[in-house]
Design a protein around this ligand. Structure first.
Ligand SMILES: Nc1ncnc2c1ncn2[C@@H]1O[C@H](COP(=O)(O)OP(=O)(O)OP(=O)(O)O)[C@@H](O)[C@H]1O
Ligand SMILES: [Mg+2]
Length: 292
């Protein structure tokens, strides 16, 4: 298990000698792994995200839930700087540094990883070669040793319960739905990110595959306890295996609820409609106006 976002055995703030509080020493004031502030994003001049703010502490697992079309993948695409998604307002900070205008490869180099909802097939590029190039970029080493990648792949495919011959296959070509998702977890493990955004890594999985993917994510968290995760999902299913520290509900491009795992159970029981902000009735609106 990864450590909780804050350690209850330590005081909330550690004053240092000059009377100020050190952000590094105080878990209460630690720098968030990922901080999104008032993010507005448009696609083809249509505003999809309308002021999203959230922050993921190091080691924390946040779940982002929401109905179809609410903007979850838009957020994931924006985090990885897909040029079709235009930030019109707001900021994205990775480990305290503003990455809002940085290109995709620079964000990846700084430790942001995105697991795609629909991973692309790359014919002719093996899992091994793809990872070798990606890791070389992440580490800033031009000719990263293929042997090192191969050894690490053998270890991780074993830890994730995958066939080690997998690494010779072309990326996502002919992969089953479950294999594609497992491969995203394998990439996350190999890239050693500080923040991982997983877009529906649970979709299309049968019960056993879901359990294995959840166990794989838990395994990667064990290996990188400071890694923050934002897991996008529709369903409570994944969260039964992978208990989140915080759950957010995104509806129509806005976060309408944030809380503990009870929120995901509420979504399961009552659906997303229960979270849609109610339009004030004319009578409520005039009462509010009169009292203000
Ligand atoms: N590249 C794009 N071009 C045009 N419209 C887009 C694009 N990406 C997203 N949208 C629109 O933005 C809205 C939000 O889409 P998004 O994919 O973010 O939803 P989602 O919450 O991930 O949904 P799902 O649960 O179905 O995956 C939708 O109306 C979608 O059509
Ligand atoms: Mg989506």
């Amino acid at each position: 298990m990864a450590p909780p976002a804050s350690d209850p055995t330590r005081p909330a703030s550690d004053p240092v000698s000059d009377g100020r509080v050190s952000a590094l020493e105080s878990p209460g004031l630690q720098i968030p792994a990922l901080q999104i502030s008032d993010l507005h994003v448009s696609v083809e001049d249509h505003e999809i995200l309308r002021g999203v703010s959230l922050q993921v502490e190091p080691g924390a697992l946040h779940a982002l839930m929401g109905p179809n079309g609410s903007g979850k993948s838009t957020l994931a695409n924006t985090l990885l700087a897909n040029p079709a998604y235009v930030v019109t307002k707001g900021r994205i900070l990775l480990e305290g540094e503003d990455i809002t205008t940085l290109p995709t490869d620079e964000r990846a180099r700084r430790g942001l990883f995105l697991g795609f909802q629909h991973p692309e097939e790359i014919p002719g590029v093996s899992v091994l070669n793809f990872l070798r190039q990606a890791i070389a970029k992440r580490k800033g080493i031009d000719d990263f040793s293929v042997l090192e990648v191969r050894l690490s792949l053998i270890e991780w495919t074993k830890r994730l319960g995958m066939d080690s011959r997998f690494q010779e296959r072309y990326l996502n070509e002919g992969f089953s739905g479950g294999e594609k998702k497992r491969n995203e977890v394998l990439q996350m493990a190999m890239m050693e990110p500080d923040v991982a955004v997983l877009d529906e890594t649970d979709s299309g999985l049968d019960i056993d595959a879901l359990r294995q993917v959840a166990a794989g994510i838990a395994e990667v968290r064990n290996a990188r306890p400071h890694m923050g995760i934002l897991a996008i999902t529709h369903y409570q299913r994944l969260l039964e295996h992978l208990v989140p520290d915080v759950v957010h509900v995104l509806v129509d491009g806005r976060i309408v609820a944030t809380g503990g795992p009870e929120i995901s159970r509420e979504v399961e029981a009552r659906g997303f409609d229960a979270f849609r902000p109610r339009e004030a009735s004319p009578r409520e609106a005039s009462r509010r106006e009169a009292s203000s």
